[in-house]
Design a protein around this ligand. Structure first.
Ligand code: ZN
Length: 170
């Protein structure tokens, strides 16, 4: 396993539409292991392949199963070729940060619940229902695969003051 460098704006790869993954061999498995390690080390709760300089449709997400409990175990999601299927009409505004846009925060309106469909790391079909923050993370990561960053969608972007609440980066 190896840590990968997280690319930041204005790197053009973050503005490119990533290509679908077609091979589920050892090269992909290595990239996935590196992405998990890089996400954990950052630390972040999600990472998309373009954030490590690869224009592939691949995301990793790790988030507490019960985010109201401080010691909740986390669940790791690896989704290849993810797509948003069901998107709730109900939305919510919350504050996001991004590992590729260091030192900034922004308020973004997103769907409260989504269903993500895609493939597992071995190429099997998978469907995930997500609500709240987990749904937000998936929307943020899938945006990265389409060259969209949260500041494109934000109603307000700012540089946090020292001591301002640290938020999960994705
Ligand atoms: Zn991001």
């Amino acid at each position: 396993m190896a840590l990968r460098e997280i690319v930041t704006l204005p790197d053009p790869i973050l503005r490119r539409k990533a290509k679908p993954v077609r091979e589920f061999g050892p090269d992909l498995q290595q990239v996935i292991e590196d992405m998990i390690e890089t996400m954990r080390q950052a630390p972040g709760v999600g990472l998309a392949a373009p954030q490590i300089g690869l224009s592939d449709r691949l995301i990793v997400v790790e988030y507490p199963i019960d985010d109201t409990q401080e010691d909740s175990p986390k669940k790791l999601y690896v989704v290849v070729n993810p797509e948003l299927k069901k998107i709730s009409e109900e939305t919510e505004v919350a504050t996001e940060g991004c590992l590729s846009i260091p030192g900034m925060m922004g308020d973004v309106e997103r769907a409260l619940a989504v269903t993500v469909a895609g493939r597992t790391r071995r190429g099997q079909p998978v469907k995930i229902k997500a609500e709240g923050w987990l749904a937000r993370i998936f929307q943020h990561e899938i945006d990265h695969l389409d060259g969209v960053v949260y500041t494109d969608r934000a109603s307000r972007v700012w540089r946090p003051a020292p001591g301002e609440d640290v938020i999960d980066n994705v």
